[in-house]
Design a protein around this ligand. Sequence first.
Ligand SMILES: Cc1ncc(COP(=O)(O)O)c(C=O)c1O
Length: 426
Amino acid sequence: MSMAAETSLARSLDAIPASVREGRPGVWLNPDLRPAAEFVPTLAFSLADVEAAEARWRRFDPLLRYLFDDLETGRIDSVLMPLADHVTRSIAGPKGGAVWVKADHDLPVTGCIKARGGVYEVLVHAERLGLEKGLLRPEDSYARLAEAEVRDAFAAHTVAVGSTGNLGFSVGVMARALGFSVEVHMSHDAKAWKKQRLRDIGARVVEHQGDYGSAVAAARSAFEDRADAHFVDDESSVDLFLGYAAAAFDLRRQLDEAGIKADAAHPLCVYLPCGVGGAPGGVTLGLKLLFGDAVRCIFVEPVASPCMLVQLAAGLSRQVDVYEIGLDNRTAADGLAVAGASMLVAATVGPLIEAVVTVTDADLFAWVKRLWSDPGLRLEPSAAAGFAAVRPYLDATGTDQATHVVWTTGGALLPEAEFQAALARG
Ligand SMILES: Cc1ncc(COP(=O)(O)O)c(C=O)c1O
């Protein structure tokens, strides 16, 4: 083991800054950041894995096009949206550089980034099961999976997941569309409308008294030995991770179309809201594979739930949660209300994460309101996190000559009353 890795393993809670323990917003620059060219080749995942995920997505285009009215091409992707100069200035300051929005808050089918992983994992499962049971042949159009014979066979199988809400919905919508039974385990205090939305699509919702992490753990053990079920593990699924990673191809295509170039002197700073870490971690893997260090991935977490920051600062010898440093994991950003980060993500892309910025709920609500008034983005609080992080990151690093991509991660399907309540707190 290298000396850097040993130091990282031996580190402890002492390495977590006082401001983080005190729940103050700030910027944590990763002391273990490694050059992509050096670290990426050591990873268990390669570009070929992410290309294979992308190829699988494309095999499913005909099926997704058939199943979902809002998918003309079959591609679950969002636009890359430029912002007007005055909006850019309010986000990045007068000299901050251009700000673009990767608009996954409006992602077709589910209105959130978690579709990239959750829908993908259901597709992996359906493909595997279909081929195994002779319901699908490799040469078939995958639209075949929408036929009654296949749906009837899938009805005997359950797809289960533990979720703060948006992963459950993404998995639920896709699995129900294919005829699977769906069971979603959620914490008691997860948003009521997110639970109802799942029941409305025919999913069984199981509520747990504890937090999101205990809901995931309970679901994992309930489904351990079930041959008739597939458990989507938000904390450690490789399929989820690769589904998210494939988003890098979408962004690269859109950057090319917009004529945006990135290199070490003109970096692309990508701001990613982080809950358990799967979505931002997968995207980071994909982006680092495609862009190397021309891209900087900045994770954003609520001050009460900075689980990835805490894990990376403390080192990887054991899982550390935010309760251990006196934080309560209570945030209005329900998608980010996660006490303990995914160890798969921390170990895989930890050294590729440039910084973690922590933000207050008050800031999130203020950004939800500001971005609704101009340019009219309908965001849930979690999805506004990236906007709150740009200025602090620039101030802390003195970065200039950068292009910023703020990844908005959910909100288009927020019920009107929920959205109005969020606006009222802004
Ligand atoms: C709206 C929103 N943004 C960001 C995230 C973060 O994703 P992850 O938990 O994979 O880090 C979530 C997770 O549910 C979410 O719902």
